[in-house]
Ligand binder design. Structure first.
Ligand SMILES: Nc1ncnc2c1ncn2[C@@H]1O[C@H](COP(=O)(O)OP(=O)(O)OP(=O)(O)O)[C@@H](O)[C@H]1O
Length: 312
């Protein structure tokens, strides 16, 4: 559990983070969004004390983060930045081993952990362990950056625009991989992004910031359906709202009884993908296929349009 209580950071007369309070549940993902300069990075960096707050407190599982020396705190919290920040003169294996080495793990334990993480991130140790960062693609470098941050098994992972440098296809894959790994390891993640699509997709909760203040902190569904202000509404993209709502739901939750013609869509596909397919193919309904491969009903344009409508 991360409890942020009345945290403020001033530079001169300006409060760049202004009295922000929020709690992040264990094993969940909180995403911080907001316009450029709204204080997202500063807020994130006060959690691992790369930035010292002017006032307020942050507790990690009940412990005030000021009671632990900064360097120790940063070894216990994973941190990933845009462009990964890998050490260019260290191999992939050495990069991943950074924190375990600092913690004084023995060589055997480090080697086992590095191999385990490389496999988890789909980097064959035989092929990649001895390469240098410049011998990797951007997507591979990004995976090494996340693997390095997770090396000592931190409970908390801070991520600042972690996918910002990736092309859209690799970015989607990196998001899916991170979600799967987060589920498996149970890591609590705080992620800063400019991308509302990413926030809705990744976040259990979304924090919307403007000019240092936290305007709304809520589930993606509630941020979309009940924005707390005109600013939040603009930021979440008023014209995109219905599509973003649909992207949160699975086809399986929109199945109606009956049959339809054509190629079935899987129940685990997003409702947004189903609507896109319906509109593109010009059909009013598609058959839906369950996880076991059997047809379980149909999904219709009318049904999806009702789900995308503003809640009463
Ligand atoms: N060390 C510093 N000294 C003075 N002002 C600073 C310092 N660090 C950040 N700021 C200012 O604090 C404000 C918030 O910066 P921050 O990097 O937290 O914003 P952000 O929301 O992460 O922005 P972006 O999305 O552009 O990365 C900005 O106006 C920035 O210029």
């Amino acid at each position: 559990m991360i409890e942020i209580e009345g945290i403020t950071k001033r530079y001169g007369d300006t409060a760049v983070v202004d009295d922000v309070s929020m709690a992040i549940e264990p094993h969940s993902i909180a995403v911080i969004v907001g316009t450029s300069g709204s204080g997202k990075t500063t807020l994130l960096r006060m959690i691992n004390r790369l930035v010292e707050p002017t006032s307020g407190a942050i507790r990690l599982d009940g412990t005030d983060n000021r009671t632990v020396p900064g360097y120790e705190l940063r070894r216990s919290i994973g941190y990933v930045i845009q462009g990964h920040g890998l050490f260019p003169h260290r191999t992939v294996a050495e990069n991943i081993a950074t924190v375990p080495v600092l913690l004084g793990w023995d060589a055997g334990r480090i080697a086992t952990r590095v191999e385990e993480l490389m496999s988890l991130f789909q980097l064959d140790p035989a092929e990649f362990a001895h390469r240098y960062p410049h011998e990797l693609s951007g997507g591979q470098q990004q995976r090494v950056g996340v693997a390095r941050a997770l090396a000592a098994g931190p409970n908390v992972l801070l991520m600042d625009e972690p996918f910002g440098a990736l092309d859209p296809i690799i970015r989607t894959k990196a998001q899916e991989d991170l979600l799967a790994i987060q589920k498996r390891l149970g890591t609590t993640i705080v992620l800063v992004t400019h991308d509302m699509e990413e926030a809705v997709h990744m976040g259990d909760r979304i924090a919307v910031m403007d000019a240092g203040r936290l305007l709304q902190y809520d589930t993606p569904e509630r941020i979309l359906a009940r924005p707390a202000s005109d600013f939040v509404e603009t930021l979440v993209g008023a014209s995109e709202k219905p599509f973003r709502l649909l992207s949160l739901g699975r086809v399986g939750e929109a199945v109606e009884q009956g049959v339809a013609e054509g190629e079935p869509i899987p129940a685990e596909a997003s409702q947004r993908d189903a609507l896109a397919e319906l509109l593109w193919s010009g059909r009013p309904a598609l058959p839906v296929r369950g996880a076991d491969g059997r047809l379980i009903g149909k999904v219709t344009v009318d049904g999806l349009v009702r789900l995308a409508a503003r809640p009463a």
